[in-house]
Design a protein around this ligand. Structure first.
Ligand SMILES: [Zn+2]
Length: 371
């Protein structure tokens, strides 16, 4: 195991943060796997899984069982990790700018034009050329803020990986994954090992999330480059929501670390026989089909459905009770599917997001992920 650090841009005198990565396996291996945890900082289920992964990868490396290079970043957001305000841990948004740490990864401007000048007729060789162009694009950027330097550092570590796994957690949630339509065949076995209860697919969520900085770039290149300059399939990139923020236990972290290692074995990144694939618990559904519910009025929020429930249209999901009059407003589902996440609050303001149910038909367009 080799530990590396990338210094982040120093925001103010006397502070200095760095992004730490652990590198396992042969650096010249044909396959590179990149795993990061807690990009939204206050995502401890993912963090604990990374702790277990680090120990297990070190052991596997000592046994000579790694067939791929594996890069693990257990704390993908040292900036957010230090944002504690009046007793609250604020990890999702950068307090300095209000920006979501997993949005607006926008690192490769002009890459398509450069690819048209550079790529040749051999797809395998073009893979290396595209990665070279990505490196050059990253090197050409000068970050203005600590936030920018963090995003840049994460892309530097991951841009040449064949598999990119971004471990997060939601608020109150079942295990679920986000990936692209093109990436789904590669990720489906991982969803099985994880016991994932919702698989949400989108080619472009409009959010420019970390996984899409990779998958969407390659997809766009494949769409836009002529047949004479073939672009191979890009990396498999996935965002995994390791249940809800409070779901921190040795059992679930071990279960998730084991599932990730089983999947790496299935891909040939680890030596040894892969465990038989479990059943896929729920079919994949379009992210554009997931119904998002908002509070029509303010009040006390009472849940009518449990996380993971199978919901039919018109099933009651939430009651909102006016604390002055006792008047009750019920929010019913407009979709049929899995109630895969909800917010962990019990008093809502008008318009507040409440939770989501997977659906089978696309019903939304534009930016498909929340702020
Ligand atoms: Zn997150």
């Amino acid at each position: 195991m080799n530990q590396q650090s990338i210094p982040l841009l120093c925001a103010t005198p006397g502070t200095r943060r760095e992004l730490t990565s652990f590198h396992f396996g042969p650096a010249d291996a044909r396959q590179k796997v990149y795993i990061q945890a807690s990009l939204h900082a206050d995502e401890t289920p993912a963090m604990l899984t990374a702790v277990l992964l680090r120990a297990q990868l070190a052991e596997l490396e000592a046994q000579g069982a790694l067939a791929a290079q594996v890069v693990l970043v257990p704390l993908a957001n040292p900036v957010g990790l230090n944002q504690h305000v009046l007793g609250q841990f604020i990890g999702r948004f950068d307090l300095a700018s209000g920006r979501n740490f997993n949005r607006h990864f926008h690192a490769f401007p002009g890459l398509l034009a450069r690819a048209k000048e550079t790529l040749g007729a051999h797809a395998g060789r073009n893979r290396e050329l595209i990665r070279q162009l990505m490196r050059e694009a990253l090197d050409a950027q000068t970050p203005l803020t600590e936030f920018d330097s963090l995003q840049l550092a994460l892309l530097r570590l991951s841009h040449d990986a064949d598999l990119i796994i971004d471990l997060h957690c939601s608020l109150e949630a079942v295990m679920h994954v986000y990936t692209s339509e093109a990436g789904w065949p590669d990720i489906e076995p991982l969803a099985r090992y994880l016991g994932s209860r919702a698989q949400l697919l989108a080619t472009d969520s409009g959010a420019q999330a970390f996984d899409e900085a990779h998958s969407l770039l390659w997809w766009q290149l494949r769409q836009q480059m002529p047949a004479t300059q073939p672009v191979p399939a890009g990396p498999a990139a996935v965002t995994i929501e390791c249940r809800g923020q409070r779901d921190v236990s040795w059992e679930s972290a071990q279960q998730d670390a084991d599932a990730l290692l089983d999947y790496l074995r299935w891909r040939g990144a680890l030596l040894g026989e892969a465990k038989p694939l479990p059943e896929l618990l729920m079919p994949a559904t379009p992210l554009a089909g997931s119904a998002q519910f908002h509070a029509p009025c303010s009040g006390i929020l009472v849940h009518r459905a449990k996380i993971g429930d199978w919901i039919r249209e018109d099933d009651p999901l939430f009651d909102i009770v006016d604390p002055m009059t006792g008047e009750m407003t019920t929010v019913k589902s407009t979709a049929e599917g899995v109630f895969y996440m909800r917010r962990a609050i019990h008093f809502v303001t008008a318009g507040a997001p409440l939770g989501r149910v997977t659906g089978t038909r696309p019903i939304r367009s534009g930016v498909l992920l929340g702020a």
